[in-house]
Design a protein around this ligand. Structure first.
Ligand SMILES: C[S@@+](CC[C@H](N)C(=O)[O-])C[C@H]1O[C@@H](n2cnc3c(N)ncnc32)[C@H](O)[C@@H]1O
Length: 361
């Protein structure tokens, strides 16, 4: 197996943000955090009771999508625990795989989980909006397919030390690439009330964004996920708490999206992917909320030569469409999958095939 380092920091020296100022002493679901995994001034380690398990969403639909693409290389741009990747490699023995993830722990887990396919896999620690650089750096000119399974993995959500969870206490972090960049601690404690309010509104559709932003400013400093969840819950009116899941869910999602700049990377990644695909090559994108899906839909409709709906003023798009959408509205998981994997409930799979080389060749 080839392990290539992308442009992301690899060493602890580069990882200035890997230390935390405060020891977490609280509990997770009643069981104390393992002292060996404590976070005071240490590198994040894997939480001892959590193995890198992630149930791949719409696995059958994803393998079907790639069942007839030309032989060659498929890029799994969000390799995570390699659930989809294993299914793809099993179903197409003539395919090699490049796996990308911005989370170093995901790359390590994928390496372990893909040991049976060692000769066919290259793993790269990188952000997927650098997909073109990754593919070219691996010595590959054109690809047969690409998969984007957007958002966070169950492992990231369930590991309290990664600071994504409003249910399990941990340091406020939420970075997928835990080695660099602004974390949730900085965002929550240093951004202005207006900025925080806007993040909650734009990325979480949070109705009470102003109230929550004001409460966050008043409660600062906030250093743990439980504290933040309590501050948020305290200002959400009782009648709104009753039906809509955990009251902090939307705000946590919004902060996570802002910390990881999750929306701004989608369009450049898909545009590069379209250039990289061979004619007959295919791409699938699994998104989990409307903000992601809107960008995916707009980007691929434009490249498919379809005008944006409800706009008379946008320029006409080339007749020579580069791609063809494989379904108009995208696919959703069946009821059985939703029953057995709650993460699948909001999933939408949009797919397309490259039909024309277009201007970029
Ligand atoms: C939903 S999980 C993928 C799970 C995977 N399909 C599986 O079956 O195990 C999403 C993964 O994508 C990674 N990721 C999200 N955004 C990324 C980005 N912009 N660049 C690289 N990796 C990203 C996350 O770190 C996470 O490991």
């Amino acid at each position: 197996m080839r392990l290539l380092s992308g442009g992301l920091p690899e060493s602890e020296r580069e990882a200035k943000a890997m230390t935390f100022s405060k020891e977490i002493e609280s509990t997770t679901n009643g069981s104390p955090l393992d002292p060996a995994a404590s976070i005071s001034g240490r590198r994040i380690t894997r939480f001892p009771d959590i193995s890198y398990v992630h149930n791949p969403v719409m696995e059958k639909e994803v393998t079907n999508l790639f069942s007839h693409v030309p032989s060659g290389v498929i890029v799994d741009a969000t390799i995570g625990g390699a659930g989809h990747a294993i299914a793809l490699l099993r179903s197409r023995p003539d395919i090699d795989l490049i796996g990308i993830d911005q989370d170093k722990e995901a790359i390590e887990a994928a390496k372990e989980n893909l040991s049976d396919f060692e000769q066919r896999v290259t793993l790269v620690h990188e952000r997927f909006d650098n997909i073109k650089k990754v593919v070219e750096g691996s010595g590959v000119a054109k690809i047969s397919g690409a998969l984007f399974d957007l958002g966070v993995s169950s492992y990231q959500l369930d590991n309290p030390l990664r600071g994504f969870s409003f249910r399990k206490n941990g340091p406020l972090d939420m970075r997928m690439n835990a080695l660099s960049g602004e974390n949730a601690l900085d965002l929550v404690n240093e951004r202005s009330e207006d900025e925080i309010g806007k993040i909650l509104k734009d990325f979480g559709d949070e109705r009470f964004h102003q109230k929550i932003a004001r409460a966050i400013i008043a409660a600062r400093p906030i250093s743990e996920t439980n504290e933040l969840a309590e501050v948020i819950s305290s200002v959400i009116p009782a009648h709104s708490k009753r039906f809509k899941g955990h009251p902090a869910r939307r705000s946590f999602q919004a902060i996570r999206i802002a910390v990881n700049q999750e929306l701004s990377v989608i369009e450049p990644a898909l545009t590069q992917t379209i250039q990289l695909l061979k004619v007959g090559g295919r791409c699938g994108i699994l998104s989990y909320h409307s903000g992601e899906d809107r960008i995916v839909k707009q980007t691929i409709r434009e490249h498919a030569g379809l005008k944006r709906q409800n706009s008379r003023y946008l320029p006409e798009i080339d007749d020579e469409a580069e791609i063809q959408l494989l379904s108009r509205k995208g696919q959703q998981p069946n009821e059985e999958e939703v029953r057995s994997n709650s993460r699948a409930s909001s999933a939408r799979l949009r797919t397309f095939e490259k039909i024309n080389e277009g201007k970029h060749g």
